[in-house]
Design a protein around this ligand. Sequence first.
Ligand code: DGL
Length: 275
Amino acid sequence: MSDGRPVLIYDSGIGGLSVLREIRLLLPYEPILYLADDAAFPLGAWEEEPLTQRLLELFSRLLDTHRPKATVIACNTAFTLAGDALRQAHPGHDFVGTVPAIKPAAERTASGLVSVLATPGTVRRAYTRKLIESFASRCHVRLVGSDMLAEHAERELRNEPVSDAALMTEIKACFLDQGGRRTDIVVLACTHYPFLANRFRRIAPWPVDWLDPAGAIARQLVRVLGDRADGSPAIRRDLALLTSGRREPGMERLLAGFGLELGSSSQCFDNQSRL
Ligand code: DGL
């Protein structure tokens, strides 16, 4: 039964929209609150300690103010760092996380060569190493950290085209050709990257499977919500909030395309203070 409370979707910017579009397919009537923590973008460049503190503080205030029925952390960089700490801090709340799709990649690869394309933060995480040890010990997993791709995706989605050469610089290390075997799967381990996947396909030196976990995240949310999912249509636009408080027409247009209306930063938290 619906109680009108939204599902909160969090990312540092537009990346979580790649998860939102899958959620909309499975849960079309679900009220959504989209939170882009763009004041902290790019999260991939943060040191672990201050980022954990920021996320803990941010979510205490968000959950207090908006009382979401569940939260999707649509960000590998944030969830691989602070997912456990957030669950501990809010034991009664459902967090659906995003982690590099290393397990499905290991199950699917034919060549045994898998690359994980992610932010520098996600590449450094103990969580990511553990996923490789637990699920992909029989594969050769190459971790490729990119400083620029999340930024490139932000620009591309706002109609500021990024050159093939700039994209190639970031992805070329994913392609390994050794002993007659080639990389056949690249895990898109940052939610910004699916928006560039068609560009990647065009410039890749050979075809690979670009693995996007968004559908699996949406299916997990369906399981977590169970009969709390909203089942009836409502005429409304869902709200998007930006922690920076910035308002750009390009951003508003983009959000509108995902059925989101940009609210004012004063709607972020009850006490109106900024992070
Ligand atoms: N979209 C985020 C992720 O999935 C990262 C972007 C950033 O560096 O802020 O990792």
